[in-house]
Write a protein that binds this ligand. Structure first.
Ligand SMILES: Cc1ncc(COP(=O)(O)O)c(C=O)c1O
Length: 329
């Protein structure tokens, strides 16, 4: 990846003259089966631009209560789009067509105008769960029947498609906009790409400029993303296998509450039970054993497997968790 970055031909990205960026967005549009795509610095910017283009201030969008923009985009939906979220209490990040229908605001001048249905693939804070083809068809049909748009936060779309064997383009076909992240599991240092039809991407460029996301010789970054797409997608299966092995071992540790059957991709979320606080557990794990996890709600911790981890690291993490539970318990 570093070599690809070093050797990348570059130009002025703002002017559409960076060949490595142009090549990347063409590939992304093709993989996702959409007419066009734009390279952006982050997934957060993809979400926020999509939201601002789809919604007018005061419009309502429908998402699971664990959706990323509700928790980790610094209030962006309210601050940037002025859109109002209607969180749905789905099951492990996945809500049904019936739950969506029940959540829709009535068409009335008293109510916010329903505008956008939001799906997150995989559902991060719900534990990397996969929206199946049927789940997606059901909610996007409700969207269409009610004249709403549909957006896919595809931060981990490739984790889902590697796990299910589906083609990315068929998963994202019912969505008006979709993006994929090159950092996270794919291992590039920076970047994401937002895709949709030509008019949508033209307008996305206006917001990219407004938010300061237009770049210059961004080809060095695009080359990393292209390398990740070519070399790091299929290997996500290794991360999934390691996550499953990690979950099976953790489930055996006293004080850890985890059903390994719930682990579908590379995210493992578990309860830290008894008198041990999850925050103390995570601090101890990092300080004493150099194993990093994150908090996933009260009493819950989250581990993610990725391309810098091998089988030995999984054993190290499990041993560290056992040691911490012994120490603190
Ligand atoms: C589901 C989801 N959406 C959006 C983002 C934001 O992506 P980025 O970190 O590239 O801004 C993340 C990051 O963790 C995520 O998990």
């Amino acid at each position: 990846m570093r070599r690809a970055m070093f050797e990348a031909p570059v130009g002025d990205e703002q002017l559409g003259e960076d060949p490595s960026v142009n090549q990347l967005v063409e590939t992304v549009a093709e993989v996702l089966g959409k007419p066009a795509a734009v390279f952006l610095p982050s997934g957060t910017m993809c979400n926020e631009i999509a939201l601002a283009l789809h919604c007018r201030p005061g419009d309502e969008f429908y998402c699971d209560r664990t959706a990323h923009p509700l928790h980790a985009e610094a209030g962006g939906p309210a601050a940037l789009a002025g859109a109002q979220a209607r969180p749905i209490d789905g099951e492990r990040g996945i809500y049904t067509a019936q739950e969506l229908e029940a959540a829709l605001s009535p068409l009335s001048r008293y109510a916010p105008a329903p505008r956008l249905v939001w799906v997150e693939q995989t559902a991060n804070l719900a534990g990397g769960t996969i929206w199946s083809h049927g789940d997606i068809s059901a909610v996007t049909e409700v969207a269409r029947a009610n004249g709403l748009l549909a957006h896919l936060d595809g931060a981990r779309l490739f984790n889902a498609t590697v796990a299910t064997g589906e083609r990315p383009s068929s998963v994202v076909a019912p969505f008006d906009s979709v993006w994929v992240d090159f950092s996270k599991g794919l291992g590039a240092p920076v970047g994401a790409a937002l895709a949709g039809d030509d008019d949508f991407i033209d307008e996305a460029w206006r917001l990219k400029q407004r938010l300061g996301g237009s770049m210059r010789q961004a080809g060095v970054l695009a080359a990393a993303a292209s390398y990740a797409l070519a070399h790091h997608v299929d290997r996500l299966a290794d991360d999934h296998a390691r996550a499953r092995r990690l979950a099976e071992a953790l489930a055996e540790v006293d004080g850890i509450d985890l059903d390994p059957a719930t682990v579908q991709t590379n995210i493992v979320i578990f309860g830290v039970t008894g008198r041990i606080r999850a925050t103390a557990f995570l601090d101890h794990l990092l300080e004493k054993h150099a194993v990093r996890g994150s908090l996933a709600g009260p009493g819950r911790a989250r581990f993610v497997t990725h391309l810098d981890l091998d089988d030995e690291d999984i054993d190290t993490a499990v041993d560290a968790v056992r040691a911490v539970m012994d120490d603190l318990g």
